[in-house]
Design a protein around this ligand. Structure first.
Ligand code: EPS
Length: 389
């Protein structure tokens, strides 16, 4: 995609640390570790998580790219130590030790275990699951926090909430997210409806009792996007396509919709398209936002509304049938300590990856090596937009 902002993560779930290198952040952005840590903490909260979150207290170590509190424009390297590493140092040792480590040979249906083992030629499926684990998303949230800081410089703000856990739903419209945000941020399920939250919690308790897991749906809303992020001229520049890829790349995400999404397929065009109005003070505007802030692969100035569906986690305390990859005998799938439900965490991760995509599109549109240069370009574009409206 040739974008100026790009990132790559490294790290195993029970290895020493997670690492992310983020490139393309302009110089001159004020950034403190505390700001990143706040986002890391938000990702760790959530009803239905397992024992691991009692162990990890995610804190970032900024290794490069920031000096005297401001970004340098050079690659930003961030490290998040895994506190659980001390319990896994033998199993996950870099050097081969004399002690034999038993192989994990029972792939979990729905996990990367079997396809990954066949692909990389492993009979110890731990080699797959350690990297396939959603622990990796802590690194993405750290990168997302940096991008979020850039976006705040342009008055772009991100929100998220959980609207479904299994069969239980919060039916409220997306635009209630702002009024309910204090409640959402305090909720253990990131749900803005207390009654729905209680039902969701009961369902999670029931799943836990049964040794089962649950998925759900979260919604991310971004406010303040200028018109014209993304592009209509080429498939891989379209903002909706890029957001879908970013969200689908989160572990266990199986579907993404923008605005009314799948619901639009059931309606007439006249019930779906957002009519255009104009007022001298306001410029162009809409009274509805069924398209979720994106038309023709570009932001249209309305709030961005995206939702993602997460499948139930594949590590079950009461495991399903599987086959041993060595003996080929019928077995029960591997039973690792895990979460019952991680949709609230996914919702914070969703904010992060959406933030990264918006920051990338902003850097493309308002190209500049420094924040000041980006801001100048942004302001001159605002002048242009105002003159036209
Ligand atoms: C995960 C399994 C669990 C989760 C983990 C993701 O870890 P463990 O196997 O150590 O109990 O807690 O998520 C995190 C560690 C995290 O930071 O989100 C998995 O298999 O994907």
């Amino acid at each position: 995609m040739g974008s100026l902002i790009r990132y790559i993560t490294a790290g195993e779930s029970h290895g020493q640390a997670l690492v992310v290198i983020l490139e393309g952040i302009p110089s001159g952005v004020r950034l403190r570790a505390d700001y990143i840590n706040r986002e890391l903490k938000r990702r760790q909260i959530g009803y239905g998580r397992g024992g691991r979150m009692q162990i990890e207290k995610d804190k970032v170590k900024i290794l490069s790219g920031i000096r005297q509190g401001k970004t340098l424009g050079s690659p930003i390297a961030l490290l998040i130590p895994n506190l659980d590493w001390e319990n896994w140092d033998k199993v996950m040792a870099v050097e081969k030790k004399d002690e034999e480590i038993p192989f994990l040979t029972h792939p979990r249906p729905g996990h990367a275990d079997l396809a990954g083992g066949i692909k990389y030629g492993f009979y110890d499926l731990r080699n797959v699951l350690e990297r396939a684990s959603a622990r990796e998303t802590a690194a993405r949230v750290a990168a997302g926090a940096v991008c979020r800081k850039v976006l705040e410089e342009f008055d772009i703000y991100l929100y998220s909430r959980v609207i479904r856990i299994g069969r239980e739903r919060d039916e409220s419209e997306w635009n209630l997210i702002f009024d309910r945000y204090p409640l959402i941020e305090k909720s253990v399920l990131r749900c803005g409806d207390r009654e729905a939250e209680e039902r969701m919690k009961r369902l999670i308790d029931e799943a836990k009792k049964r040794g089962d897991t649950l998925g759900g749906v979260f919604e991310v809303v971004a406010m303040g996007l200028p018109v014209g992020l993304g592009d209509y001229i080429q498939w891989d520049l379209k903002l909706d396509a890029r957001l879908a890829m970013a969200l689908m790349s989160i572990q266990a995400i199986v579907g993404v919709e923008i605005g009314l999404g799948f619901e639009t397929a059931k309606r007439f065009g006249s019930e779906v398209q957002d009519e255009i109005f104009y007022q001298k003070e306001k410029g162009f505007y809409r009274k509805t936002n069924n398209c979720g802030g994106i038309e023709g692969g570009m932001s249209n100035g309305e709030p961005l509304v995206v939702r993602a569906a997460m499948k139930p986690l594949s590590t079950l305390a009461k495991p399903l049938s599987s086959v041993d990859v060595v003996s080929k005998k019928k077995v029960k799938a591997a039973k690792e300590r895990s979460d019952v439900c991680a949709v609230p965490a996914a919702s914070v991760i969703g904010e992060a990856v959406v933030g990264i995509e918006i920051a990338r599109a902003m850097r493309e549109k308002f190209s500049g090596d420094s924040l000041a240069e980006m801001k100048r370009n942004y302001l001159s574009y605002q002048d242009y937009v105002r003159k036209r409206s």
